[in-house]
Design a binder for this molecule. Structure first.
Ligand SMILES: [Cu+2]
Length: 357
């Protein structure tokens, strides 16, 4: 009787172990190997990515495993939906957009807690234009980052973007163009960083966030209020704009349904190259404080196998030996995201559940 119970327990454990081993582990476990683990070439081959991984994702969901537990993440190919979108975009993904910051000027002092942003987009655009599609809530957009906060999405460059309730003090702003699925353009001139100061701006961060209903703010020509966002209280880091700078971009916010199956990690890297691109840096990332992983080529990666719930994602710039490379505190960033992968039928529009950000 007792022996039977033990035997059954052992068989159960063996089955569990076998289930875990079915998951492919493509990620670099540590030291730089000189190979690139991502498989962007498969986009052209039209291979459906992550079929094994989505299966394992289902197991975890049905088990109701705590999100704080290990997610058994694995690197997957660029999702087919995104590969399809790229084909539909013509040459846009080969564009080299160049941003110019008109307002606020680098070094400017602003006497208001509402900071107006004006950008100019140039370069080799190949049809790239920031614009929100009202039907899908998606479109090309600019990522706007105040200090080291999560980015805000800016869609219509014909109108100013308003950063509201910005606290007094020195701040930094970073900008770069992004695709509808939030993958950044990585060409020279795409990324811009400026510093500015708010003086006697009168921001009150004890007040609840206000909506953009202040009609006086918008210009007489336009009926729609400007895009904008109430900002959290923060100040600039002591960033040296000439030194290697890692800018966290994705993941961010909530991932639901089909979008939760493959979560993209994407970042901007200035003034330095990763080892896989002939440089001397690596991007060290951890999920939920788990095993250290590395990105050695500057391109997005997609991870599948997320458990439902909240997760932390940390990106950090390190040197070849794994030592942190600091730059005003911006080179190590941790964000919390929420994953709700309910295995619902695929959403018709990827990214919808991200609120267009
Ligand atoms: Cu975005």
């Amino acid at each position: 009787m007792k022996l039977t119970k033990i035997l059954m327990l052992l068989i159960g454990l063996a089955l569990l172990a076998a289930a875990c081993q079915r998951q492919p582990t493509q990620m670099d476990p540590g030291g730089y190997t000189g190979t690139n683990k991502t498989n962007n070439t498969h986009i052209r081959d039209g291979i459906k990515p992550g079929s094994e991984s989505s299966e394992s994702g289902g197991e975890h969901n049905s088990s109701g495993e705590n999100a704080a537990g290990e997610s058994h993440l694995s690197e997957t190919l660029r999702p087919q939906k995104i590969a399809d979108m790229m084909i539909g975009r013509g040459e846009q993904d080969q564009a080299a957009p160049v941003l110019k910051v008109i307002t606020p000027a680098n070094g400017a002092t602003v006497g208001s807690s509402t900071v107006k942003v004006k950008l100019e987009l140039g370069g080799d655009l190949k049809g790239y234009k920031p614009m929100k599609d009202m039907a899908t809530g998606m479109g090309n957009h600019i990522h706007v980052i105040l200090d080291n906060q999560p980015y805000e999405a800016y869609y219509n460059l014909d109108q100013e973007f308003e950063l509201r309730n910005v606290t007094d003090g020195e701040h930094s702003l970073r900008f770069f163009p992004s695709r509808p699925w939030h993958e950044s353009y990585k060409n020279d001139g795409a990324f811009q960083i400026i510093r500015f100061t708010v003086k006697n701006g009168g921001a009150d961060n004890s007040k609840p966030a206000t909506t953009n209903s202040n009609q006086m703010m918008s210009s007489a020509k336009t009926s729609a209020p400007p895009e904008g966002k109430d900002m959290q209280a923060s100040t600039a880091g002591a960033v040296d704009m000439t030194k290697p700078l890692l800018t966290y971009s994705r993941p961010k916010g909530e991932y639901k349904g089909a979008d939760a199956e493959n979560v993209m990690i994407d970042f901007w890297l200035s003034n330095g190259k990763l080892v896989g691109d002939g440089g001397e840096y690596r991007v060290h990332y951890t999920v939920d404080g788990g095993e250290a992983k590395y990105i050695d080529k500057w391109q997005p990666i997609w991870l599948s196998g997320w458990t439902n719930g909240k997760h932390t994602v940390k990106l950090e710039l390190v040197d070849k030996n794994g030592n942190p490379v600091d730059n005003g505190g911006y080179n190590s960033t941790t964000r919390e995201i929420t994953v709700m992968n309910n295995n619902a039928p695929a959403a018709s529009h990827i990214g919808n559940s991200n609120g267009g950000h």
